[in-house]
Write a protein that binds this ligand. Structure first.
Ligand SMILES: [Zn+2]
Length: 162
């Protein structure tokens, strides 16, 4: 099984590369990522979090293990209205913080076959996608957090290790 890379590993800070081949290898990556995501009880996972420096993210439903893969996702619109929510990350276990995100977004992405989609998202799915797309650009929620609500001590220790 793929392993989740944890902060402060510098792999998490790199920019992911666009995906050009929509083949069985990509399908396998998505399946393997879903396995890790659900095993770790996540609702989203980005390629760089498992050492895959490619623009692939997943959003999943913990209850029925249903998931969607978004390839080369790009936010084409972010609403001015925002909301503050508590976020966590599989790469930063036991750390949570308040992050302000756009309430509504539009995302252009490809599916596993390469087909282009443009879709609107709001609420929880919009937050997951903004968080995961950040990972593709080497951005972590702690960079955006206005307040760390849990695990500040853990985060301080990890920062010292860096
Ligand atoms: Zn994350």
């Amino acid at each position: 099984m793929l392993k989740v890379i944890k902060y402060p590993n510098t792999i998490l800070r790199k920019t992911a590369k666009p995906i050009v081949d929509f083949n069985d290898t990509l399908a396998k990556i998505a399946t393997d990522m879903a396995e890790v995501m659900f095993a770790d009880k996540g609702v989203g996972l980005a390629g760089p979090q498992v050492g895959i420096q490619q623009k692939i993210i997943l959003a999943g439903n913990r209850k029925n293990h249903d998931y969607q893969a978004y390839i080369n996702p790009k936010i084409t619109f972010s609403s001015k209205s925002t909301e503050i929510g508590e976020e966590g990350c599989l790469s930063l276990p036991k750390i949570f913080g308040l992050v302000t995100r756009a309430k509504k977004i539009r995302v252009k992405y490809q599916d596993l076959t390469g087909k282009v989609h443009k879709e609107k998202f709001k609420g929880f799915p919009a937050i997951i996608l903004q968080h995961e797309i950040d990972h593709l650009n080497g951005v972590l929620f702690i960079d955006r957090a206005t307040e760390i609500t849990q695990g500040q001590d853990i985060l301080d220790q990890l920062k010292e290790k860096k």
